[in-house]
Ligand binder design. Structure first.
Ligand code: TXA
Ligand code: MG
Length: 372
């Protein structure tokens, strides 16, 4: 048989892609209808990828164990890694948790809808397939208008991990979801590029004081203003604290680019000079080299592929562009990547958490200062 006549490998179903612009947050009647149809797919146990303000999610009915099993299969994700349940209305929280503690109400008032996930003891109606066997459930109320409508049309509870194949960077645009999920899920809603670009902050409210298990756009400082004391899981920035991270997903080597990534810290002169020297050596040894830099010094690099995360003055831009640049480097087939380093405070805590994970914690401190 000619190759073209063979069924495409791994292509199991036709994935419908629909575009929703939601201009100014408002949906046209055609868009509303399309989302109703997508909600119907969820209710029938199908999978729909959708935009949120953080990254694209891979949605299934959170209360249907078969849907959760399909999510793990589509992502190629270990099933002990629990899913986040997305809701769209505050009154939908109580039915899926044992109780709604006062702290949960307070942070919901300030940060929901938005990029914050809370861990609470689960109610019996949430299947263990969704919580990866845990007695707790992760809940988030996204602010993206398309996500909110889809959740309502889908029955109120949508389990959604990031819509990437396990081990790849979370998708910040529909084209990346299509790359990873075409043929594996029923539908992809293209709602343009994500606003934040990094996954939600996860805060565990089952411990006292509450603890951040994954840093994100809602920072430790912001949470502390509402909750008083907030601790941070030590494994977030440390390479070998000898402890397992408390969010099961954080133990996997996520966000790993195909090229070997090293982070370089120091003064900007030290960093650019060092990266250029290493690049020259690597190229002489036959490597194709990529650099992740910032606007301020970008013209100084000499490498095969040079990308800017934006200005150092604009942390939001750094967060928003990180994953797409890592994906681009995979496509560009670079075998060595050097990245500038960032201050791990505020939003920088989330940026450095993802960057260090992508680098397998390879950091070279030129000023001898390994403290982040
Ligand atoms: O921004 C986001 O949160 C995105 C969008 C789609 O909403 N979703 C997302 O999901 O990042 P995912 O599955 O890629 O990451 C969920 C993380 C994992 O690290 C998982 O281990 C942790 O949340 N998690 C979920 N339930 C948990 C629980 N009950 N206890 C501790 N960690 C939990
Ligand atoms: Mg993920």
């Amino acid at each position: 048989m000619r190759e073209g006549l063979l069924p495409e490998k791994n292509k199991k179903m036709d994935t419908k892609v629909i575009k929703i612009q939601a201009k100014g947050g408002a949906l046209s009647s055609r868009e509303e209808q399309a989302l109703q149809e997508a909600g119907e797919v969820l209710r029938r146990g199908g999978l729909v990828a959708f935009p949120t303000e953080t990254v694209y999610g891979l949605g299934g009915d959170a209360l249907n164990p078969a849907s959760s099993r399909k999510i793990y299969e589509a992502k190629g994700r270990p099933s002990d890694n629990p899913l986040i349940v997305h809701i769209a209305r505050m009154e939908d929280l109580a039915p899926i948790v044992k109780e709604v503690p006062r702290e949960a109400r307070r942070i919901a008032e300030v940060f929901w809808p938005g990029p914050l996930t809370m861990i609470l003891p689960k109610a019996p109606k949430v299947p263990y397939e969704t919580t990866g066997g845990l007695e707790t459930v992760a809940v988030r109320m996204p602010s993206h208008p398309v996500a909110q409508r889809l959740i309502i049309y889908g029955g109120g509870y949508v389990a959604a991990p990031s819509a990437n194949l396990s081990g790849r960077p979370s998708p910040t645009a529909a084209k990346y979801v299509i790359e990873d999920m075409d043929g594996r899920i029923n539908m992809i809603i293209d709602g343009g590029e994500g606003d934040i670009g990094l996954e939600s902050t996860i805060v565990d409210l089952t411990v006292s004081p509450p603890q951040i298990l994954r840093p994100g756009y809602i920072t430790q400082e912001m949470l502390a203003q509402v909750l008083g004391q907030v601790s941070v899981d030590r494994t977030i920035l440390e390479a070998d604290s000898g402890q397992a991270p408390r969010a099961p997903g954080m133990k996997y080597r996520h966000y790993a680019p195909r090229g070997e990534l090293t982070i370089i810290s120091g003064s900007s002169e030290q960093v650019t000079a060092y990266i250029n020297a290493r690049t020259a050596q690597d190229r002489a040894a036959g490597h194709r080299v990529g650099v992740i830099g910032t606007d301020e010094v970008l013209t100084q690099y000499r490498a095969d592929v040079i990308r800017s995360l934006g200005s150092r003055q604009d942390e939001d831009s750094i967060a928003r562009h990180l994953y797409s640049i890592l994906r681009e480097f995979d496509d560009e087939k670079v075998t060595r990547i050097y990245s500038e380093c960032f201050e791990a405070t505020g939003l920088g805590q989330a940026i450095m958490n993802r960057l260090l994970k992508a680098a397998g914690h390879k950091l070279i401190a030129l000023d001898g200062n390994r403290e982040l």
